[in-house]
Design a protein around this ligand. Structure first.
Ligand SMILES: [Zn+2]
Length: 296
């Protein structure tokens, strides 16, 4: 199908990753209150990060899930940062499989569909060796997931990473995505921009990445990909820290990507990981996209 003549009615969706400062400032503390809070801001998504471990009960997760249904918010989860499928230590690699499985259990309880993860770190090994280990362990994980029919509608999203030492270039993510129908790319444009010293400036720069994805993983996975979009400070080795949209030094800017979303009719899930202003920056992105879409 010609990507310019699609009849897809799906739209991009927007939301924050984690609690923004304004959520707390307005007197909220519990994620239970998040779906309603986001819906009053016209947002669509919420990403729950397990960060240092999966420490929420299925019961609490399903209660949050009920709120999501009530207020029209879709949840995704970010698996723990400890995952390292490239680890030469068998126990660490094995634990990584466990982190994905426990993330999926809670994702299911939330009623969400997408689990994002960082594949691993290169460590002292050669890149090819570390990536070969990553693929072998990820293949085992996918095999294990396939034995759970209740997870058959869930999507696993390897993320593009911002530091040279991490597994997760665009090509590596494309390769991981081709290991299963349920594996979709999570493109973190702030990471891509950081890894390559600020390459994302024009709409054409974003278009190049989208074209590589169309070629590499096909139309369906590209159109429905997962996106993290934040401005990120970088140095010689890549990512240093997450900023807010108030930054005007490092980028990337959202506007040129919005042009490509509209041009190709993409319907990604776009999460803001800004440092404290995730909800505000998500709302800004949604407005930028909406204004552009209305002109077409
Ligand atoms: Zn991430």
């Amino acid at each position: 199908m010609d990507i310019f003549t699609h009849n897809n009615t799906e739209k991009p969706l927007f939301g924050p990753s984690g609690h923004s400062e304004s959520f707390a400032a307005e007197g909220h503390a519990s994620t239970m209150e998040m779906p309603e809070w986001l819906s009053t801001r016209g947002l669509d998504l919420f990403e729950y990060s397990f960060g240092r471990g999966v420490n929420i009960s299925s019961k609490t997760a399903s209660q949050i899930g009920e709120k999501c249904v009530q207020f029209g918010i879709e949840m995704s989860v970010h698996a723990p940062y400890f995952i390292n499928f490239a680890s030469p230590e068998e126990q660490k690699a094995e634990n990584s499989v466990g982190y994905i499985m426990s993330s999926l259990k809670i994702l299911k309880a939330f009623g969400g569909k997408r689990c994002v993860f960082h594949a691993g770190a290169q460590g002292g090994a050669a890149r090819e060796e570390a990536f070969a280990r990553t693929k072998a362990k990820f293949a085992e994980t996918l095999e294990l997931i396939s034995t759970h029919p209740e997870y058959s509608n869930l999507i696993i999203c390897p993320e593009t990473m911002g530091k040279q030492a991490q597994i997760g270039t665009i090509d590596e993510v494309i390769e991981l995505c081709n290991m299963g129908d349920n594996v979709y790319p999570c493109v973190d444009f702030g990471h891509v921009n950081s890894l390559y010293g600020g390459i994302l400036k024009t709409a054409g720069d974003f278009e190049n990445i989208i074209k590589r994805l169309f070629d590499g993983v096909g139309e369906k996975k590209t159109r429905n990909m997962h996106v993290h979009f934040s401005k990120i400070q970088f140095g010689a080795k890549g990512e240093i820290r997450h900023l807010t949209f108030a930054d005007n030094i490092y980028g990337p800017e959202f506007e040129p990507f919005a042009e490509i979303i509209v041009k190709y009719g993409l319907a990604p899930h776009i999460l803001s990981e800004s440092a404290g202003t995730q909800a505000e920056d998500s709302a800004f992105m949604k407005k930028v996209w909406q204004n552009l879409a209305n002109q077409h």
